[in-house]
Design a protein. Structure first.
Length: 113
């Protein structure tokens, strides 16, 4: 029984990682890829945590901390970059509202260059 639970945990994390990689490859927009990357880093951190708990090995805890910190800093950095892009456009329609971040050019701004 004690060997079944870790196998199930690792299998579920593996299936989740494969689905996240598919989302990362198919994501049509930058935000889809950012969310998929963040989810993949969280899944990796969960895998490391399960390994540490099952095998009672604390040597990977610093790696777990670095992966969690990388996921947080990466998400915040991309969010600030995208927020800066929205503010720098000067378009009042996108400031404070929903914006099209799919990478496609905006129909309103094509003729105003």
């Amino acid at each position: 029984m004690t060997t079944v639970v870790p196998l199930v945990c690792f299998a579920l994390l593996g299936v989740g990682a494969v689905l996240i990689l598919a989302r990362l490859a198919m994501g049509p927009s930058l935000l889809d890829r950012v969310v998929a990357t963040d989810a993949l880093l969280v899944t990796i951190a969960c895998g490391i945590a399960v390994y540490c708990a099952v095998y009672e090995d604390i040597s990977l805890e610093p790696v777990l901390l670095v992966v969690a910190l990388l996921a947080f800093v990466g998400s915040v950095s991309v969010a600030r970059y995208i927020g800066g892009m929205l503010v720098s456009t000067g378009d009042p329609a996108t400031r404070g509202g929903d914006a099209d971040l799919s990478g496609r050019p905006d129909a309103r701004s094509e003729g105003t260059s």
